[in-house]
Design a protein around this ligand. Structure first.
Ligand code: MLT
Length: 244
């Protein structure tokens, strides 16, 4: 299995995503919010890169059954129903609903991976489920795409990617071939025993704490809370495209 890690959205050119299994890692917070919303029973998630795409799309759907969610600069977008705190995505709000979701980096990374064979959503919450999915499906070429933050790498995404790689290397019977990003992330992950410390100490974590989202940091640091893997198919995640 060829395992390559890319440090931020934009580093994996669209054409290079073609035919590969791409894992979108945005620990803070898009991946964590998507995984939590799927676990909490959302019917469908349509990730979009731009706020304008979200508002255009919502005007074509039944508003009573549709939620607009996402953030810019960490806070809820004006006129949207929900922000990007996973803790806002409680099950009673989500049942039977379609979520149109736009964030600064995570949904951009998803959009840039459109030509992939499969787009998986990963974070600490479903770390082992992502690794098992790739191993049991005998994935040949995997790109772990860290969303990062506005073109820069994010420590928490890199450490999460390192843990996914480590689990795959340890459990796969196939020979694994790592790029330098994957080797670096795996070594980095081995340096930190406490991912909560990584998340709290990261620049994105500190910024979110300043904005009052400390509880999100604790939540997004939970390893293997869930056993599901949301998969983006034809630009959306539906109940039937959630593995696990
Ligand atoms: C993103 O997509 O950049 C993040 O999820 C931002 C955030 O923490 O809200």
């Amino acid at each position: 299995m060829e395992l390559s890690l890319y440090t931020h959205a934009g580093q994996l050119p669209e054409a290079a995503a073609k035919g590969r299994h791409v894992v979108i890692l945005d620990v803070l917070r898009a991946s964590s919010t998507i995984v939590h919303a799927c676990e909490n029973g959302i019917e469908r998630i349509i990730p979009v890169a731009e706020v304008e795409d979200a508002t255009r799309l919502v005007s074509t759907l039944d508003r009573k059954k549709t939620l607009l969610g996402g953030e810019r600069e960490g806070v809820k977008i004006e006129g949207f129903d929900l922000g990007n705190s996973p803790l806002e995505y409680a099950s009673k709000k989500l049942k039977g609903k379609t979520l149109i979701f736009s964030t600064s980096n995570g949904t951009v990374a998803i959009a840039q991976s459109a030509p992939a064979r499969e787009i998986l959503i990963g974070c600490f919450l479903n770390l082992s489920a992502v690794a098992s999915h790739l191993v049991s499906n005998r994935a040949k070429s995997v790109a772990l795409l860290c969303a990062g933050n506005m073109g820069h790498l994010s420590l928490e995404d890199l450490v999460c990617g390192g843990h996914v790689i480590d689990r795959i290397v340890r459990s796969s019977r196939a020979k694994t071939d790592l790029n330098d990003g994957a080797i670096a992330a795996r070594s980095l992950a081995a340096c930190f025993e406490d991912v909560g410390e990584v998340v709290r100490g990261s620049s994105h974590g500190r910024r979110l704490a300043e904005l009052g989202f400390e509880a999100d940091l604790e939540f997004c640091s939970k390893i293997d809370k869930y056993g599901i893997v949301p998969i983006v198919e034809d630009g959306r995640i539906s109940r039937k495209s959630i593995a696990g």
